[in-house]
Design a protein around this ligand. Structure first.
Ligand SMILES: Cc1cc2nc3c(=O)[nH]c(=O)nc-3n(C[C@H](O)[C@H](O)[C@H](O)COP(=O)(O)O)c2cc1C
Length: 467
């Protein structure tokens, strides 16, 4: 129809237009490796017949073919791309169907179209947490994306809340008037370009651009809550007048090897090419300021860092109590950051107290948040558990409970050595700071860490064959 025939500059080109000149050099070229209606399983064999071998950024967007894709083929493409030297930054951008046929035509049906037979067909938005073929496809992309530490961007995550709440500039006609293709929305293409611009700024740790004086008044996507994200949601036409803070080409984005849960992409998790260093997530089941369990984690982190391991302790105190109504793409920011941290880890080192003969509530809550929507993120990870607890067992009973929960979560625990410290009897912590003061226990923590690293390395290798 007419909207598709009008001269239309696509979202990648618009993003290119907005890249600062030092980033986008004369030697950069845009290669389109996709053909309309070509699913990944057919694309794979001829991927490099027309693509150069040196690529800075690869954007994977399967659009309306998402429902017909063979997901092992998507994974195969990513694995193939990762063999390139140097490896490119891989960005998954997902776009999904937004509407379904409505049973009735009323205020809730946001759109009515005329079918070929002349019948009026009412459509309504999918619910925010509704499981649909599209949400399942997107979850599957995210799983591949997170596993390979690529960047995952979702148009729905960026605009879904605005659509659901009928915010200005987030009507279907703004996002995708045919319920699917952003190019059919008045602002859909700009939203897509904004997603990429936001990703690029986060990947290069660039400051947000000042809003251009002639910026249109459209509201930023719903992800744009912080000043940085607000800028990401705003139009970015002024980029070429900015100078990047560091690095002068997209090579910089590619050469960064660490992704931080703090460096959120706005839509979903931001990740960069997977580092060779093992990533261990340290989880503390106590929220106490002078927590001895946190002291155990710090002792593990120091020893891990000396071995070149990326050991990151991420707090769980900001997570709300688990509520499935809040889970999914619209989950609170703390939850999205938490999931990103779990997804990026090869293994977890958990140090937690026992409370009333059981798992500590903050720990169980944190485990639950990463156990679904889009999928169980603990699956296939190596785990070690340590505890500092009360008089009789030092937390050993909670350790056994954790192992039991871990069966369902598909965590694989190392079995020894046991680190269960009786805080009050053993007196090996600085009570004011939680610092572990005992060389003997530091040694035990080191042994436990060593076992965890070996297991995590084996499991990472096994999983790199396939997920
Ligand atoms: C509500 C509560 C219940 C507890 N129940 C147990 C228990 O069942 N078993 C145990 O070994 N210690 C128990 N403790 C002691 C804690 O495990 C101990 O104080 C531990 O050091 C707290 O961890 P943290 O130092 O990391 O904050 C309990 C403490 C509290 C506050």
């Amino acid at each position: 129809g007419a909207p598709l025939l009008r001269p239309h500059k696509g979202w990648v080109l618009r993003w290119f237009d907005e890249l600062p000149q030092p980033v986008l050099g004369r030697s950069h070229a845009l290669n389109n490796s996709a053909m309309d209606g070509t699913p990944a399983q057919i694309m794979l064999p001829c991927l490099f017949t027309h693509l150069p071998r040196v690529l800075d950024v690869v954007i994977l967007e399967f659009g309306s073919l998402a429902l017909h894709l063979h997901h092992p083929s998507i994974e195969a493409i990513v694995r193939r791309l990762r063999t390139l030297q140097p490896p490119p930054a891989v960005v998954f951008v997902t776009v999904r169907g937004l509407c379904k046929r409505a049973q009735r035509e009323d205020a809730a049906t946001v759109r009515v179209t005329q079918s070929r037979s002349g019948e009026r067909v009412p459509w309504e938005l999918y619910g925010a947490n509704e499981t649909t073929p599209w949400s399942l496809a997107e979850a599957s992309f995210e799983r591949v994306c997170a596993h390979y530490d690529a960047s995952c961007l979702s148009l729905y995550a960026a605009v879904g809340e605005g659509l659901q709440q009928s915010r200005p500039n987030f009507a279907l006609d703004d996002v995708a008037s045919d319920c699917l293709h952003p190019s059919t929305g008045k602002l859909g293409t700009e939203y897509m370009a904004d997603l990429l611009a936001h990703w690029q700024r986060a990947a290069m740790a660039l400051p947000p651009p000042p809003p251009p004086p002639d910026a249109p008044t459209r509201a930023p996507p719903s992800v744009a809550r912080s000043p940085e994200k607000a800028a990401a949601g705003a139009t970015t036409r002024n980029h070429e007048r900015r100078t990047p803070r560091s690095g002068s080409s997209l090579m910089f984005a590619r050469s960064r090897t660490t992704s931080t849960p703090q460096a959120e992409s706005g839509a979903v998790a931001l990740g960069l090419p997977r580092s060779k260093a093992l990533k261990i997530l340290g989880i503390c089941g106590s929220l106490r300021t002078a927590s001895c369990n946190h002291g155990l984690l710090r002792a593990a982190a120091e020893q891990a860092e000396a071995k070149g391991v990326d050991f990151r302790i991420v707090g769980v105190g900001d997570l709300p109590l688990y509520n499935e109504d809040l889970d999914g793409h619209q989950a609170p920011k703390a939850v999205r950051l938490w999931k990103a941290a779990v997804a990026a880890a090869d293994g977890v080192f958990i140090a937690s107290p026992e409370t009333n003969f059981g798992l500590s509530a903050p720990l169980k809550n944190a485990l639950d948040w990463a156990s679904r929507h889009p999928s169980n993120l603990w699956k296939g990870k190596a785990a070690a558990v340590a505890s500092a607890g009360g008089a009789t067992s030092g937390g050993a009973r909670a350790q056994m409970q954790l192992r039991q929960v871990g069966v369902f979560l598909d965590l694989t625990f190392v079995n020894a050595p046991e680190v269960a410290i009786r805080r009050f009897e053993d007196k090996c912590f600085d009570e004011a700071t939680g610092e572990l003061r005992s060389d003997t226990w530091r040694g035990r923590v080191g042994e436990l860490l060593e076992r965890l690293l070996k297991l995590a390395a084996i499991m990472r290798k096994a999983h790199s064959e396939t997920i």
